[in-house]
Each structure stands twice: as structure tokens, then as C-alpha cells.
Ligand binder design. Structure first.
Ligand code: NDP
Length: 329
């Protein structure tokens, strides 16, 4: 019989609303998975990759962020990318296309940057204006420069288990699990949300690491049935306080990718306060997965440099071979 906190709960109740007293445990010590804690290890890993790239005759890494009429969150993300790249000695070149640019102009810019040997990687800031078809980016950007894994080649290779440039946000989630030594292989993982930037690639990354993965979405019936048996619950849905204690089993790890702005407060998709003392580990928002996204982009820029040098995505070595990532202190 599975246990939910202090009370044994029969499997007949799984998926039904439980009384709050049945699932609140005060006995679980909750570890906070903080992105800032692994930043310096990641910077070391990126620096070792950068030096290897230069030793092998690669170009000094340059990351272009391409934008069309960026909104304030996209500008803020670009600012964070600029600060991160400076710290890891990767040149950042922001390029803004005119706000009235056409699909042909966007396409031309992508072709130009793809063909420019001095450009290592390109990130197109989202969202694009609604009149521009965003599939232009996934179809026209050179996969060797696709540092956020949005092209069909990289998305396909990710799902086929081949070397690729994987999206930075879910890659950061995996890096956090590794840093805090939370086992992935053999774990039951539930990913809530199936967007192409977070949920879907995260599910593929977890599966590549031998987790048994279930993907849930807005059409999932009886979400609790899946989440309550999971060792790892990851979510990116854009709904504040969605994940509550009744949806997890005590001791489970919660990876919260949500970013919701409520007044002057930023909150995730998990009810962080309520889950403290129930989850075994949880990413706070802000401060959890967010701080590593730009570092993952930097790591991908170095990986793109290697792929560009050899003109082959197969040449990207597994990141764990770059350098052992050790905890600070
Ligand atoms: P999308 O809107 O593209 O996708 C949301 C997903 O959540 C969809 O798959 C949707 O299902 C699912 N969903 C919505 N409501 C429910 C529900 N009630 N139950 C189960 N599933 C549900 O969002 P994104 O992936 O782009 O972003 C999600 C969140 O992650 C946002 O808060 C965003 O700000 C954040 N984010 C964070 C990033 C970071 O760097 N940390 C980067 C990108 C996003 P369906 O497919 O059926 O519609």
C-alpha cells in the first residue's frame, strides 16, 4: 500500500482529491535545488571546452541573439545571456531586425548568419511577432549553429538518442539533478507540459538517461494517478501554484520550470511553500532552473563550435567528458 505523508492511502483513492491531512508530512527534509550553486562548476566546464575548441583550431566562440521587436521578458533574457557570455569569454552579438521585417528578411538573416564562419551559434529570441511564421527558424537555421536545439535536425537527433544541441532550459534541469546527485537512471519521471522548448525535450533527455518517463498535458485524465507514483515530477505549464502536495508522493523531486509574474512577484508552477516538508527536493522560483539556462546556452555554443569545426553534429563529445563537474567548496 503506498504512503502519502503520514496516512496510508489505498490505491482506490489515487486520482481522487484527498483530505489535506492525509498527505501533509512534516517529516521530509526538503532540499532546495539552486541553480546558482552549480554555476561556477559549469563555468569551469565551459572554459575547459572553450580552451579545447581553440586548441583544436576552432574559431573563438561568438553567439548571436537575433530578435524582432523583442518584448520586455525577451530583453531581460538577452541581458542575462550577455552577462553570462561575458563571464565565460564568449562574444555576444545582439542583432535586431526591423520591427516590420518580412518573413523573407528573417529567412535571409538566418541564411547569412548560418553561412558566416565567424558566427558560432544563433539564438532567435521568442516570441516572434505573430505575423512571422516561427517554423522559418526551425527550418532555415543551420543545425550546427542551433544553440537552443530548435531545428528539426536537432530535435530529431535528440529523440533518436544521437549527439545533438539540446534545448538549454531542460538541459539545465538535468544538470541540476546531476549536481545534487538525484538518480535519473531507473527513476519514474513525470513531465507535465509538452512544449517543444521544455516538456518534450526534457522527456527525451530523461529517457536518454534511462528514466521511465510519462508525459502529461492538458488532455491528461487523472493527473494525480501519474504524478503520485513518480520519483521526479517536472513541470512547465505556466500556471502558478499548480503542483500541490496532494499531487506528489512525499520525498519526490520537483523540477519547476514555470515563470509566472504576479504583480511584482515571480513564481513557478509549483506551490513551493506548501511543498516544503513534502518534496524531497525542489527548485525554487526564482533561483532554481532559471540561473542555469544561459550557462547551458554557453555550453551549447562551445558544442556548436566543435560541430562547426568538424562540420558534423556527431563530433560533439558527451558533456561529462569535458571535465568532471565538482561541487564548490
Ligand atoms: P506552453 O504554453 O508552450 O506549453 C504549456 C504546456 O502545459 C502544454 O503542453 C499544455 O498542454 C500544458 N498544460 C497547460 N495546462 C495544463 C494542465 N492544467 N495540466 C496539464 N498540462 C497543462 O508553455 P512553455 O513550455 O513555453 O512554458 C511553460 C512555462 O515554463 C511558462 O511558465 C514559461 O514561462 C516557463 N518557461 C521557462 C523557461 C526557463 O528558462 N525556465 C523557458 C521557457 C518557458 P497542451 O499541450 O495539451 O496544451
Amino acid at each position: 500500500m503506498p504512503w502519502f505523508g503520514d496516512e496510508p492511502v489505498s490505491t482506490a483513492t489515487i486520482g481522487k482529491e484527498l483530505p489535506i491531512t492525509a498527505h501533509v508530512s512534516t517529516e521530509v527534509e526538503t532540499i532546495q535545488l539552486r541553480g546558482g550553486e552549480l554555476a561556477s562548476s559549469l563555468r569551469n566546464q565551459i572554459e575547459s571546452g572553450r580552451q579545447q575548441l581553440l586548441r583544436d583550431g576552432g574559431h573563438p566562440p561568438v553567439l548571436v541573439t537575433l530578435a524582432v521587436d523583442p518584448n520586455p521578458p525577451a530583453e531581460a533574457y538577452r541581458g542575462s545571456i550577455a552577462r553570462t557570455m561575458k563571464r565565460v569569454h564568449i562574444e555576444h552579438r545582439p542583432i535586431d531586425l526591423p520591427s516590420d521585417c518580412s518573413e523573407d528578411e528573417l529567412s535571409d538573416a538566418l541564411h547569412r548568419l548560418s553561412a558566416d564562419p565567424a558566427v558560432t551559434g544563433v539564438l532567435v529570441l521568442m516570441p516572434l511577432p505573430a505575423r512571422l511564421d516561427k517554423s522559418i527558424v526551425s527550418e532555415q537555421l543551420d543545425p550546427l549553429k542551433d544553440v537552443d536545439g530548435v531545428t528539426m535536425i536537432n530535435a530529431g537527433r535528440l529523440h533518436l538518442g544521437l549527439p545533438c544541441l539540446a534545448p538549454s532550459t531542460p538541459s539545465g534541469g538535468i544538470a541540476l539533478l546531476d549536481f545534487y546527485e538525484i538518480p535519473i537512471a531507473g527513476a519514474q519521471a513525470v513531465v507535465i507540459g509538452r512544449s517543444n522548448v521544455v516538456g518534450r525535450p526534457l522527456a527525451a533527455l530523461l529517457q536518454r538517461r534511462n528514466a521511465t518517463v510519462t508525459v502529461c498535458h492538458s488532455g491528461t485524465r487523472d493527473l494525480a494517478h501519474y504524478t503520485r507514483s513518480a520519483d521526479i515530477v517536472a513541470l512547465a505549464i505556466g500556471q502558478p501554484d499548480f503542483l500541490t502536495p496532494r499531487l506528489i508522493r512525499p520525498g519526490a523531486t520537483v523540477l519547476d520550470f514555470g515563470i509566472n509574474v504576479i504583480g511584482d512577484r515571480i513564481t513557478g508552477d509549483a506551490d513551493f511553500e506548501a511543498l516544503r516538508g513534502v518534496a524531497g527536493a525542489i527548485t525554487p522560483v526564482p533561483g532554481g532552473t532559471g540561473p542555469i539556462t544561459a550557462l547551458m546556452l554557453a555550453r551549447n555554443t562551445i558544442a556548436a563550435g566543435i560541430a562547426n569545426l568538424h562540420k558534423d553534429l556527431d563530433s560533439i563529445p558527451p558533456f561529462e567528458h569535458w571535465q568532471t563537474v565538482e561541487k564548490d567548496g
